[in-house]
Design a protein around this ligand. Structure first.
Ligand code: PRP
Ligand code: ZN
Length: 296
């Protein structure tokens, strides 16, 4: 395959999203070898290469057409989008199931916080000045935004700010710096993002394939295949108990007229409670299997 016909997907090189992003691509069937400079992984079985970059650079790489797809935090995407239009606006294709974190307001422990009004006239350190400015103006609050590109959490101790607006995931960074989370600005997670659609149809097709595989991987992670025996008389009740399944397959059981076999794909996790309810409704021989692959 010629170089030009390959597509590129940008993911975070190291940090919160890095491992999960590469893992997701592997689950999409991509085998890659890591280049010597470790900045690009060449796909071996698909014309797809992975760029390992700083997450903050991903929106621009998409806007400039350097890559066709990217995995980035919603926080980074929105902050960059608020900078104004690039060559093309990256399109968010959907949320992924990792990278959950909050962009939050945090104050030095012991500071009284009585809602957003408490922010009026304060100096707030952040790496997300645009998201924060929008959030403040929507609430009619005027405050000074101190833009820092890193180490935001130490700004109050250094006297550079009164409080901060930063990402919180486990909360350990805040705790280590004696800060307390008091308000939510943005609920964030990793999202799949696309740049401009390739004009070349082969490449466009690979973008679509990858997007649909990502979708398949996400569905599969939640999905279970469930098999059970049900008394014919309890079929309706049992069907209603199967979580997130559309139309279960009902099959006769050899030599049993009063029972049928029910097979269904549940698009949600199947919990022990569900199995217990199924049993109470008369189900027997209940098996729950993980789903390996799924194509809608
Ligand atoms: C964020 C934030 C904190 C940390 C919070 O940085 O700036 O330092 O994560 O996480 P915790 O609640 O689990 O302690 P991030 O790793 O996103 O780095 P970046 O902003 O430089 O990409
Ligand atoms: Zn970053």
């Amino acid at each position: 395959m010629e170089r030009e016909q390959r597509i590129k997907i940008a993911v975070q090189k190291s940090g919160r999203l890095a491992d999960n992003s590469l893992e997701l691509l592997k689950r999409c069937g991509l085998n890659y070898s890591r280049g010597t400079d470790q900045l690009i992984c060449f796909g071996e079985n698909m014309p797809v290469d992975v760029l390992l970059v700083r997450d903050d650079d991903i929106p621009s790489l998409l806007a400039e057409g350097v890559c066709e797809l990217g995995i980035v935090g919603l926080n980074v995407l929105l902050e960059k989008a608020a900078e104004g239009p690039g060559l093309t606006e990256p399109t968010e294709l959907g949320s992924l199931d990792f990278g959950h974190c909050r962009l939050s307001i945090a104050v030095p422990r012991g500071t009284t916080y009585r809602g957003t009004e408490s922010l009026a006239g304060k100096r707030i350190a952040t790496s997300y000045p645009r998201i924060l400015a929008t959030w403040l103006s929507e609430r009619g609050i005027e405050a000074e935004i101190v833009v820092l590109s890193g180490a935001v959490e130490i700004a109050p101790r250094l006297g550079r700010a009164d409080l901060i607006c930063d990402l919180v995931s486990t909360g350990s960074t805040l705790a280590a710096n004696d800060l307390e989370e008091v308000d939510l600005v943005l609920d964030s997670r990793a999202v799949l993002v696309a740049g401009e659609r390739p004009a070349d149809s082969l490449r466009a097709e690979w973008v679509d394939r990858l997007v649909s595989r990502v979708d398949g991987v996400l569905r599969v992670r939640e999905s279970k295949y469930i098999m059970l025996h049900a008394p014919r008389a309890a079929l309706d009740e049992i069907r209603d108990l199967l979580p997130g399944s559309e139309a279960p397959t009902v099959m006769p059981l050899d030599g049993m007229d009063d029972k049928v076999a029910v097979h269904a794909v549940c698009q949600e996790n199947v919990f022990w409670e569900t199995l217990e309810s199924l049993k109470r409704a008369g189900a027997s021989s209940v098996l729950v299997l993980p789903v390996e692959k799924m194509l809608a």
